[in-house]
Design a protein. Sequence first.
Length: 218
Amino acid sequence: MHPERAGPALRGVLHPVVITPDLPRALAFYRDLLGFRVHAEMTHDPVALARLGGPRDARASAVILRAPDGSEIEIASFAAPRGKPRSDSGWPDAGIRSITFVVDGLDALLVRLAAAGHPALGETVPFDVDGGPVRVAYARGPDGVVLTLLEHVPANERTLSPHGARQPAACPGGTTANSTSRSSGKTVRNLVGAGLATSTFSAPPAKAMLSARPTSAA
């Protein structure tokens, strides 16, 4: 008798793939500005790509970037065929809308990105999640991909709400206070997921992000 085989099961997510027409520019952003490190470089096999259902006679190269926790993102570039130079889909459009990175030193990172021509798309907004309060901001990468930047608020930077729960310390303008002195070293800690908004994901340490809710900055 053959042992009973287990049915199909999801084991995890390996990495999202970002397509860029300019690989050196993308590396300067994800590696040098965000803090990923290069894990592997490769040239994709055109025959294998075609067999998978990709374009025929493709010439594509890629770099696998790795965050400190081991999560990855692939940056790929096609020399042929050439595609659209930028992703400009709107929030309601179908498809993956953002990639979420967990970071340290969010305020300092936003200043660094703005100085490099990638300002935040809006405000920094505090949320309550099962893993504790977080602060979230959106920015665009060099190819138009929306990045969700999420920072867990340290316990010593939280204040008590009127109901006794600890909340991120409030700043003027509705954002929350965070020390920028912790931004030395690596900025990106890990990759949470890719999707429409941070509140749609379930990943440690934030756990059930479905329960995420905005907190009052007052």
